[in-house]
Design a protein. Structure first.
Length: 215
């Protein structure tokens, strides 16, 4: 079970991590996080950055060390991480690494209602997805190889993981397509007949009825 954080937005963890390296003002934090591609590793809403920074300060996880203005630019406050902030970042990181969290994807949502389409429509859609996945994999492999020439592996683990997950997804989609196109998918004829006649197979109708009458 995950802990309830004082500031639960994952952007807060990114801020604690980057500001833990040296004091920064929020604009600089955003620039560094963008340059490192953190918005690809976690869901980041850049418009909420200043709110997250204020909340971190409110809870004593960061503190202002100086505030100044250059020319006509708005005043900028520089923040550093407090000891409590370092402890929070470390504890949060330990939790993310050790505790699996159920995170349904948009693809899972689509699969959950896939039966609403006929198999002859599903096949070209999955082929399209596989084609896009394979292009993404090619791009990701190339980017990772280039990064490995300049960046220590320690800082590329999230990219390796993302690539492995994409490869697993592509493999699964490829296998499902093979079943659908070879006719080995269970009761494929019944699925196709349902979309032709509108009549559910008896065993499927029984499951649907049980679901509609459940408390």
């Amino acid at each position: 079970m995950t802990k309830r954080r004082r500031v639960g937005n994952l952007l807060a963890l990114a801020v604690l991590t980057v500001a833990g390296q040296r004091p920064m003002h929020p604009y600089e934090m955003a620039s560094v996080l963008r340059a490192r591609g953190k918005d690809q590793d976690m869901p980041i809403k850049w418009g909420s950055l200043y709110t997250v920074v204020r909340n971190l300060e409110k809870h004593g996880l960061i503190e202002a060390v100086e505030s100044g203005r250059q020319g006509a630019r708005p005043e900028r406050t520089v923040y550093r991480v407090t000891e409590a902030g370092r402890e929070e970042a470390d504890d949060w990181t330990r939790e993310l690494l050790s505790t699996p969290v159920r995170e349904p994807s948009a693809f899972e949502a689509g699969l959950s209602v896939l039966a609403g389409l006929g198999p002859d429509e599903v096949v070209p859609l999955l082929r399209q997805r596989l084609e896009l996945l394979e292009q993404q994999l090619q791009d990701a492999r190339g980017a990772l190889e280039r990064d490995r020439e300049q960046v220590p592996r320690l800082f590329l683990l999230e990219s390796e993981y993302a690539l492995a997950m994409r490869e697993a997804e592509a493999g699964w989609v490829r296998a499902l397509l093979a079943e659908l196109t070879s006719g080995t998918f269970p009761d494929l004829d019944g699925w196709r007949a349902f979309h032709r006649t509108g009549d559910l197979p008896p065993e499927v109708a029984d499951i649907a009825e049980r679901g509609s009458t459940a408390d």
